[in-house]
Structures are given as C-alpha cells and as structure tokens.
Design a binder for this molecule. Structure first.
Ligand code: TYD
Length: 204
C-alpha cells in the first residue's frame, strides 16, 4: 500500500484557512480518498487539553515554554494519529503544523529559530508534510476580517507588529522550502483561491 499524503494548512488568523480547509475536505471526499482531518495544537486528547491551556490562558509565558508544549502535543499527534494514518494509506489534512511554531513562537515571540529547528528534528525525524498551503495576507486585512467574526483567543489579541513578524517568518519558511510550501494570496476572492487549490491538488 502506498503512503498517504500529508497536507498542512497555514496562515494568519483571518486568512480564510478554516473556510478552505472545509472546502478541501469536500473536494478530497469527492475523489473517495481515505482522509482524516486534524489540527494543531490538538488532534489527540492530550493535544486538545494543551490547546485549551495554550489558547485560553491570559498568563504571559516564555515562547520556549509555548514551543515545548506545542512540540509535546505534536509528538503525541504524530505517533498516535498522523504516522499510523499515513502508513495505512490515508491522506492527512492538518490545520497548522510546525511552520506555525516557526511563525508564532520564533517570528512573533522571538524564540531562537535554531531552537525550533532542533525540536523539529527531534520530534519529527524525517517526517515533513508533502504539501503546505500557506494562506498569505497582510496582517491589517486579517485583523479587519476576524474582529467582527468572533471573540479573539489569547494569540489573536496580540498586536499588529506581532503579526507582521509572524508573516515574515512564514515567508522565510516558504523561501527556505519552496518545494513544499505553496504561497496562496489570500487577499483574492474565495472563488479565485479555490480555482488555484483545485489546480494544485491535481498534481497530488
Ligand atoms: P487556529 O487553529 O488557527 O485556531 P483558530 O481557528 O481558533 O484561530 O490556531 C490557533 C492558534 O495557535 C493560532 O493563533 C496560532 C497558534 N499556534 C502557535 O502559536 N504555535 C503553533 O505551533 C501552532 C500549531 C499554533
């Protein structure tokens, strides 16, 4: 049996990631592909508990601590959900993964890039997504879109400069891994973006 495909979605809050994830799930289901949809932080009982802790707390924290918790959840997620699914030939669609730790904890919060790299190699070994769809949007536009949408979590309340740094880190990751990370211009209409996603998926 051939290994399944591992696809991750990334982007600033407000870039439309959730809408496109749902659409991708439907497109892949139409192709009758065995598929699981999961998210980070989360995806396991431990991961969901850590997610609640990380996103609901108002306490300031060291970015290193946040990253260690993200990677603890990720280790469990990979070992018990992602790797077994891929080995069984399933496709895995994951809402955020390690690029988010580079973007938020390193880019946004100033954690050393190399420390994230060390944790990445320790926790993931050779495992990398086959494709990462990065929904790129100017932070100001993203904030304008999310403000009315719902009550912001702890991360979403951070300032605009934080999001500028997050975006710069995502773009750096995309530059460093052009074969894996596809930059999707999220300022366009949903229809235009879906057309691009459809074309991208055809080659997978
Ligand atoms: P997300 O799943 O997009 O939640 P929502 O749809 O409620 O916005 O992301 C949750 C938050 O977690 C987001 O602000 C980014 C943050 N995050 C990190 O800071 N580091 C990480 O490694 C991950 C996976 C997420």
């Amino acid at each position: 049996m051939s290994r399944g495909r591992f696809i991750t979605l990334e982007g600033m809050d407000g870039a439309g990631k959730t809408t496109h994830l749902e659409w991708l799930r439907q497109r892949l289901s139409v192709r009758a592909l065995p598929l699981i949809v999961t998210r980070e932080p989360g995806g396991t009982a431990l991961g969901e508990a850590l997610r609640k802790l990380l996103l609901d707390s108002h306490e300031p924290r060291q970015p290193d601590t946040e990253a260690l918790l993200m990677f603890a959840a990720r280790r469990e997620h990979i070992a018990t959900v992602i790797a077994p699914a891929l080995a069984a030939g399933k496709w895995v669609l994951c809402d955020r993964f390690t690029d988010a730790t580079y973007a938020y904890q390193a880019g946004g919060s100033g954690m050393a890039w190399e420390r994230v790299a060390a944790l990445e190699s320790w926790v993931q070994g050779e495992l990398q997504p086959d494709l990462t769809l990065y929904f790129d949007l100017e932070p100001e536009l993203g904030r304008a879109r999310t403000r009315q949408a719902r009550v912001p979590d702890r991360f979403e309340r951070e300032q605009l400069e934080f999001y500028e740094r997050v975006r710069a880190a995502y773009l750096r990751r995309a530059r460093e891994h052009p074969e894996r990370i596809r930059i999707i211009d999220a300022a366009r209409t949903i229809a235009e973006i879906q057309l691009e996603l459809e074309k991208t998926l055809l080659i997978y």
